[in-house]
Design a protein around this ligand. Structure first.
Ligand SMILES: *[C@@H]1O[C@H](CO)[C@@H](O)[C@H](O)[C@H]1NC(C)=O
Ligand SMILES: *[C@@H]1O[C@H](CO)[C@@H](O)[C@H](O)[C@H]1NC(C)=O
Length: 588
């Protein structure tokens, strides 16, 4: 794109001088978009795939499991695409042995899954009350899963909270709006350490708390579906951060010396790139975007408090709205020191990138997390957009995000806990070129980040199987394996990317051009026969190959003009300047 190419050097220098003041050591003007890098990861780099309980297990009311907020939410009509539910999903509860065989075949080092809280504590807690009991059948399921993973030399990486809060806690207390969740979550986590901690050494407290807070309590697109705009998300996040810290301390004081494991959290964030890196306001807007996304959680955990820019913006806007206090809650000094430093490793989920520019929201706009940020998100229509509407493939953003974490939070030990791409067709072609392309480029940018000195220890492709994609139901498929949901047995079929990922794993990276170029060809050789199998296996009423007609261009037209018009203007000005200088020089 033209406006991203190097303009006049003076503009560059100016931008450089300006951004020195823009927080951290991250250099916004350094845009290395280098060609493909052939090389390998450090020895011991861990390769895995991920999943979560509600998305894959099914068995929603089996063997004494209690209800979660997602069971209840999905059963309400109109919340999920095509009114689908995760009631049976991939039937992972029954098929985990088959799935571990798939992982073994791929030679994975780790498997990331989550424990369903209401499956082991049906009413959310475990007091003496007879109705509040531990569901031993649920415990047995996770024991079997963990044991079989270990038998196959696959390290379990366990998420404690992947969004499925026991419904009882939502109804009785208002879920994450209520500070009492901190001790309920601590009890649940303690039970997990007690029962599984002799074998599980990698714990993730929360998966993507941004999504829990914003989509659960601000927009209501996710369970519990509350629309408490401008305050609900901040309050939920506040309690989640405290709950994380409490569980880290519990592990640290009671279990670590015996079990010798690590406790982290998995934060998900897009990268935000300034529309114009020579514009200080754009740089600040991009930085704000990342602080409201990642920093909201990372900053308390690494530095003890919310990002300064969040405190400023939300505080000022709350004042303009005539509120006595900021809508962003405040940590006491004791809480700050209690929370700071409670991550043994940082899990990072990442999928996509946005361009960001400054945009003021008038105070009459109303309370909203989104308006609090004073920015607009833009996309380049040329970015590949193979799957979910929000997911554009922008590999270089991944390297920039990883480097941002390095400079901002003191280069913590990191595991990439989620990265992948979906397809938006009901009927899948198992020859998933776009996924191979995405994995190849994103993993390569991660490799460049490792060469930059970023401390990444492992990578988790999202996801092993196609599964219940939250409010999108089964319409978006992130799996390396295709699951035929129309068939009662939920058979799994490998997409070409299984072979492709397997080769990255066995080479621990990208050894040389000749070899890497042959991978795709070889992977595609296997998928056409799988395609035939799938066609033969699909039940009579299978959907047929329906392509969703997406509207990437129309939907983003407004955003595009927002980018293009200023760009054209900037270009015109630059060109005139060059022309003018040219004239001047000829005169001399
Ligand atoms: C979902 O359920 C609602 C209420 O019963 C109904 O109006 C709607 O048509 C359903 N949607 C689909 C796609 O079946
Ligand atoms: C939190 O839950 C308790 C019951 O445990 C309830 O009395 C209290 O009102 C709740 N607080 C909020 C803010 O909802």
């Amino acid at each position: 794109m033209i406006w991203r190419q190097r303009p006049l050097r003076t503009v560059h220098l100016l931008a450089l001088a300006l951004c020195v003041s823009a927080g951290g050591d991250f250099d916004w003007t350094k845009q290395e978009k280098t060609s493909f890098y052939y090389g390998t990861f450090p020895t011991g780099f861990s390769w895995g795939v991920g999943s979560s309980a509600y998305q894959t297990e099914g068995a929603w009311n089996t063997d004494g499991k209690g209800m979660s907020i997602w069971d209840v939410f999905a059963h309400k009509k109109g919340k999920i695409s095509s009114n689908e539910t995760g009631d049976s999903s991939c039937e992972g509860y029954y098929k985990f042995k088959d799935d571990i065989n798939l992982m073994k075949e791929m030679k994975l080092n780790h498997y990331r899954f989550s424990i369903s809280w209401p499956r082991i504590l049906p009413s959310g807690s475990k007091s003496k009350n007879k109705r509040e009991h531990i569901n031993e059948k649920g415990i047995r399921y996770y024991n079997d899963l963990i044991n079989m993973l270990l038998d196959n030399k696959i390290t379990p990486v366990v998420t404690l909270y992947h969004w499925d809060l026991p419904q009882v806690l939502q109804e009785k207390h208002g879920g994450w709006q209520n500070a009492s969740m901190v001790s309920y979550f601590n009890d649940f986590a303690s039970l997990c350490f007690e029962r599984f901690g002799n074998r599980v050494k990698h714990w993730i407290t929360f998966n993507n708390p941004w999504s829990i807070a914003v989509e659960g309590y601000e927009t209501g697109e996710h369970a519990p579906g509350l629309k408490l705009r401008g305050s609900g998300a901040y309050k939920a996040a506040h309690h989640i951060i405290k709950a994380h810290a409490k569980v880290w301390h519990t592990y640290d004081t009671k279990w670590r010396s015996k079990q010798k494991g690590l406790i982290g959290i998995s934060l998900t964030a897009d990268w935000g790139e300034p529309v114009d890196v020579s514009n200080q306001r754009d740089i600040e807007a991009a930085e704000r975007y990342i602080h409201f996304y990642l920093g909201w959680f990372a900053s308390p955990l690494f530095h003890g408090d919310y990002p300064q820019v969040m405190k400023e913006y939300i505080g000022r806007k709350s004042g303009q709205q005539g509120l006595g206090a900021s809508r962003l809650p405040v940590f006491s000094p004791q809480e700050k020191s209690y929370i700071r430093g409670t991550v043994d490793f940082l899990g990072l989920g990442h999928y996509t990138t946005r361009y960001v520019t400054q945009k003021n929201y008038p105070s009459g706009f109303g309370d909203s997390y989104f308006a609090d940020r004073d920015l607009a998100e833009l996309v380049d229509p040329q970015w590949p957009d193979p799957g979910s509407e929000w997911l554009y493939s922008v590999p270089w953003g991944f390297r920039r995000l990883l480097n941002f974490v390095k400079t901002q939070y003191g280069n913590p030990m990191m595991y990439v806990t989620e990265n992948g791409v979906s397809e938006k067709r009901l009927c899948t072609d198992l020859c998933d070129d776009w996924r191979m392309q995405y994995l190849r480029e994103y993993i390569n940018e991660m490799l460049k980040a490792v060469k930059d000195g970023v401390n990444v220890k492992g990578y988790t492709a999202w996801s092993l199987l196609d599964s219940f994609e939250w409010d999108e139901g089964f319409s978006e498929r992130f799996g390396l394996y295709f699951v035929d949901f129309s068939n009662k047995n939920k058979p799994r079929y490998p997409k070409a990317s299984v072979q492709f990922y397997k080769r990255i794993i066995s080479s621990n990276g990208f050894p040389n051009q000749r070899e890497v170029e042959s991978w795709k060809r070889k992977a595609v050789e296997t998928c056409s026969s799988s395609n035939q199998l799938l066609a033969a296996g699909q039940s009579g009423d299978a959907e047929g190959c329906v392509w969703f007609v997406a509207d990437p261009l129309i939907g983003h037209m407004e955003m595009v003009t927002e980018i293009v018009v200023p760009t054209v203007c900037t270009l015109c000005i630059l060109l005139s300047a060059v022309f003018f200088m040219f004239l001047l020089r000829r005169r001399l």
